[in-house]
Design a binder for this molecule. Structure first.
Ligand code: 5CA
Length: 436
């Protein structure tokens, strides 16, 4: 994308309404625009990151054998009466009446709908196990939407649902998601810690929240220091094999949110191993057994001919919230520091002297070689303003090209995360950017 033609409305001043860094930076970097309280339009830079985050989520879900579908945002109230949640859900649910006076709602989650869809097709034990997920907009009429995309009213969620024949098989499905979430967040450069959680309106007994540590997080959390040292990408798990070694590592060490905190267990940990911090919930998984299948009449025929009510779980990731969380974990005074895997573009090419033939030629050559993964600052602006915008946008690399270097085919590369600078030939610069 050429900055001279891009729709990248960056702001010089700090928006007054934004209380935390990620919200300020998303507005200043021209990623989002609020259209109503807690509802945002995604502008090109923001939308590119949203898609990259969604794609990582998708790849890691698919790796487990889960299958992607897409269910509607608008649901019928009837389905929610079947499960008994229509009245329970209260004011957070946006209720709509259509022209035929039929009661509808904008989905805050999809347990009922997916159970109803699955029920129409699943007849026998051979139709299990299955895990279906989608990445779809949700609406929850939060009392206090705040912190930008972190607590919105309309937000993008990955929600997945598992169906199994037995309790034991459904615990395996839960573990598959547990392990895949560790990898999903690690690929985004985040260290997400699973913590035993309250199940709230989704229900069930077994539940973990995945929390990343950040000063501006909404939850107070307590954990064992060992958990911070774990590298989720060090091994590739066999999702059909025994996942208990990984799950046991996490569940055998203390990690809890305020709501589940146990002072006695906490005090048993040596003080130097205790970490108490603030955290952001980026994912939440639930095992709730037959709560929805039983309420909605989902049954299959078992291997012995008996009627079996499948065991279920549901698995959420806050896809749009993740953008805020990633920025909270990766920024400085000057702007965002995108991890490579989710950056809207890989490199800001800063042409220091548009109009100078050698500078233009080298800038254009790099721009073409990056095939859509570069932002080319071809504006006739002061160098200082260009550097400030590049730091604000926070692409992992800045390729600074001026007349002196360009005359010798030299590109100055700056790594945004560390500030490290190096002068390289064109080819070396290109391979550094492409391979990190
Ligand atoms: N049905 C279950 C799992 S699919 C469910 O809805 N779980 S949830 O309520 O915990 O939401 C899943 C994830 O969505 C949360 O972990 C959080 O990351 C994200 N989320 C929830 N509410 C909001 C919100 N108001 N704004 C942005 N993200 C949200």
């Amino acid at each position: 994308m050429r900055l001279s033609r891009a729709f990248l409305p960056t702001l010089k001043e700090t928006p007054a309404e934004a209380q935390i860094a990620s919200h300020r930076l998303m507005l200043r970097a021209g990623m989002i625009r609020q259209t109503s309280a807690g509802i945002y339009a995604w502008l090109p830079a923001g939308y590119r990151v949203l898609q990259k985050v969604g794609q990582i989520v998708r790849e890691e879900q698919d790796r487990t054998g889960a299958q992607e579908i897409l269910m509607p945002t608008i649901q019928s109230a009837e389905l929610w009466r079947e499960s008994g949640r229509y009245d329970d859900y209260g004011k957070e649910m946006l209720r709509i009446t259509d022209r035929h006076e039929r009661e509808m709602l904008y989905g805050p989650t999809n347990e009922e709908m997916v159970t109803d869809i699955f029920k129409s097709y699943a007849k026998s034990y051979r139709d299990l196990p299955r895990n279906l997920y989608h990445i779809q907009w949700k609406f929850r009429d939060e009392v206090r939407p705040r912190f930008g995309v972190m607590r919105g009213r309309e937000f993008l969620m990955k929600d997945g649902y598992s169906f199994d024949l037995t309790k034991e098989a459904s615990v395996h499905s839960y573990r598959q998601m547990f392990v895949s979430y560790l990898r999903t967040f690690a690929r985004m450069g985040l260290k997400a810690i699973p913590m035993q959680a309250d199940t709230g309106p989704i229900g069930g007994k077994l539940s973990h929240e995945f929390i990343i540590l950040a000063e501006t997080g909404e939850s107070q959390v307590y954990l064992h220091r060992d958990l911070l040292a774990y590298d989720a990408l060090a091994e590739t798990p066999d999702y059909n094999g025994d996942l208990s070694p990984i799950v046991d590592f996490w569940t055998s060490r203390y990690a809890a949110t305020d709501e589940m905190h146990d002072e006695a267990a906490w005090n048993a940990i040596p003080a130097e191993q205790q970490v108490s911090a603030r955290g952001i919930e980026v994912g939440h998984i639930f095992h709730f057994g037959t709560k929805y299948s039983a309420a909605m009449g989902l049954t299959v025929t078992g291997p012995d001919g008996s009627t079996v009510t499948p065991e279920m779980g549901s698995y959420g990731i806050g896809v749009s919230r993740l953008l805020g969380a990633i920025i909270e974990a990766n920024h400085d005074e000057a702007g965002i520091k995108w991890p490579d895997a989710v950056a809207p573009w890989a490199v800001s090419i800063i042409n220091l002297k548009p109009g100078d033939a050698a500078t233009d030629a080298l800038s254009e050559k790099l721009y073409a070689a990056m095939g859509g993964e570069a932002l080319l600052d071809d504006r006739a602006d002061r160098a200082g303003a260009k550097f400030a915008d590049a730091d604000l946008m926070g692409l992992p690399w800045q390729a600074i090209i001026g007349p002196r270097g360009a005359a010798n085919g030299i590109v100055e590369l700056k790594r945004r995360a560390t500030g490290e600078r190096v002068e390289l030939s064109f080819d070396d610069a290109l391979s550094r950017i492409k391979g990190n």
